[in-house]
Write a protein that binds this ligand. Structure first.
Ligand code: NA7
Length: 537
């Protein structure tokens, strides 16, 4: 241990949307002595790494996928498209960091390699890969829901000698696909966003698909100055709507499917498909994610659209999703299904033609060998829990998080963990995370965390810790919500099903607005479910 261990009130791990806001709020509004660390070379978190071609926010974005708290910031940033591209998100975060003078308090290219709680001092000590140590009363983990890359383990994959990129670790240098035969494994958001862009350049693209996906047309377009102006002028209302409508400012239709004939319903689906974005999911009828028959009808509508778009019936058949619509992350695309009409794109359905091995220059599937020069792994992440497990803090009694979470990702309120006093998570398991607009979710979570910190400090206490009974009842509470929907039936990353051996558990809170009410209620009731310790010294 260095003799010069720096002392902080709070340390933040991660400089993405969540971590940057936490640094700003805890330092500038709370007056705390704060330091942030990030392994990347700059701000952005997920947006720093996911810079593959075609990467965009996969939700209605501009100007809502952004910080909401500052009218000035809303007024000064010029969003240009309705579906924000990755580079614009990154530029925005850089602007935010500069205008709030955050960069001086962030240590980049520095991994926190160890974090452990000291019961006697009631403080956390962190160590970095640079050999530094720091001590803090509060540890805020803003380590990202989509950070730990899922690398497939096919026989011989390491023998492949061509270029190989994971979408979640895309290089900063330009990658040229020109004249190359590219194999893409994975058809989640990253695959579906990148495949059309890669196909524009490559000699040939072979897509290896494990699960066909529902994807809706994003209908990305320039955001007009008039639209942006009207959003700015009504910002306080829009912000309040987002807080109370699950993260988005749009009102959702409260239509009952049974009030309409099948033909009328079909006409509504058509209209919403043309409108694009997530409207088909949120604005068709109530119950799409709870009623199997209604869900099947919407799913069949989308399958019909895929059949219409994809000219080769054999390829279209392979692209038919057969799980409940919307129960895996809904994807917004810009010409994905159309891409299969190109001569230079082919599709391998891994369900009938599984990959058996890699060679130095090809992928050998059961029914044929595919020579490739470049491999793109769009295989996703060990989502939500993976980045906390990667950090693996050591809590009370020397118990590590990997030990605690061996079978289940127990937590309280999605922000705290029994046995890990004074540690907070932003977008951890049990929080709304990707089911709510993440920048706003980060603001609201940070506001709650900062009130916890204020409570501990103003009362002269030393530590705050969730109780195991509170974790158990929280688990019941969020599972009751999830089990009332079709989500748990899908093999999705929401359920941990994409990672071999990962415990199957629904990883989010589905009702973001209700969740933030619940956080406030816990605080108002004197932090029910937490134990507080007097300060040790
Ligand atoms: P996703 O959504 O997890 O997609 C990963 C894709 O890779 C998906 O099609 C997976 O199939 C597939 N996959 C994963 N492992 C394998 C192996 N071993 N073999 C073949 N195919 C595999 O990750 P993304 O990066 O696209 O998107 C993550 C989120 O980022 C997204 O939801 C947005 O919120 C932004 P599966 O469906 O699991 O069968």
């Amino acid at each position: 241990m260095n003799d010069t261990t720096e002392q902080y009130d709070a340390i933040i791990i991660g400089a993405g949307f969540g971590g940057l806001y936490a640094l700003h709020h805890l330092r500038d509004n709370m007056g705390l002595n704060v330091r942030a660390f990030d392994g990347a070379g700059g701000v952005g978190g997920t947006w720093w790494y996911n810079r593959y071609p075609g990467a965009r926010v996969d939700a209605p974005s501009s100007p809502f996928y952004a910080y909401t708290f500052s009218q000035e910031l809303v007024d000064e940033w010029e969003w240009k498209e309705t579906q924000t591209p990755q580079a614009a998100v990154l530029a925005y975060l850089q602007h935010f960091a500069e205008r709030t003078d955050l960069l001086k308090d962030i240590q980049f290219e520095t991994w926190v390699s160890d974090a452990r709680y000291n019961e006697a001092s009631q403080r956390w000590t962190i160590s970095t890969d640079k050999g530094e140590h720091a001590s803090t009363q509060f540890l805020v983990c803003a380590v990202g829901a989509l950070f730990v890359a899922n690398m497939p383990d096919y026989p011989g994959i390491n023998d492949f000698t061509g270029e190989c990129y994971h979408t979640g670790r895309w290089p900063h240098e330009e990658v040229s696909f020109a004249g190359k035969r590219v194999g893409v494994i994975g058809t989640g958001s990253s695959g579906i966003q990148s495949i059309p862009e890669i196909a524009k350049q490559a000699e040939h693209v072979t897509v290896f698909q494990r699960t066909p996906q529902y994807s809706l047309p994003a209908r990305n377009r320039p955001l007009s100055k008039e639209e942006l102006k009207s959003y700015r002028e009504d910002w306080e209302n829009l912000r309040a709507s987002m807080r109370h409508r699950g993260g988005w400012p749009f009102s959702t239709q409260r239509r009952r499917a049974t009030d309409y004939t099948p033909e009328q319903r079909h006409a509504i689906y058509e209209e919403l498909w043309e409108q694009g974005g997530i409207h088909l999911s949120i604005n068709s009828f109530t119950g799409v994610l709870t009623d199997k028959a209604l869900n099947e009808e919407v799913g069949e509508f989308v399958r019909g659209k895929i059949r219409e778009i994809v000219q080769d019936p054999g390829t279209a058949a392979k692209l038919m999703p057969n799980y409940y619509f919307g129960t895996k992350r809904l994807i917004l695309d810009n010409g994905y299904f159309e891409t299969y009409n190109r001569d230079n794109v082919s599709l391998v359905d891994l369900r009938e033609d599984p990959i058996e091995a890699f060679t130095a220059s090809s992928i050998k599937a059961k029914h044929g060998e595919h020579p490739i020069d470049m491999l793109v792994l769009a295989t996703g992440f060990d989502a939500v829990s993976g980045s906390m497990l990667n950090l693996n803090p050591q809590g009370r009694d020397g118990v590590t998080l990997q030990q605690k979470w061996a079978d289940r990702f127990d937590n309280y309120l999605g922000t705290t963990i029994a046995g890990f006093p004074n540690l907070f998570m932003i977008h951890g398991p049990g929080a709304p995370g990707v089911f709510f607009t993440m920048p706003l979710g980060g603001e609201l979570t940070t506001a709650w965390i900062s009130e916890c910190i204020r409570h501990v400090r103003e009362a002269g206490l030393g530590a705050m810790e969730a109780q195991p009974e509170a974790e158990a009842s929280w688990d019941e509470e969020i599972n009751a919500i999830a089990n009332g929907t079709l989500y748990p039936l899908a093999d999705s990353w929401y359920m941990g099903a994409n990672i071999p051996g990962k415990p199957r558990q629904f990883l989010g809170h589905l009702r973001g607005s209700q969740y933030f009410d619940r956080l406030n209620e816990v605080a108002e009731q004197g932090y029910e479910g937490f134990k507080f310790e007097a300060a040790s010294g």
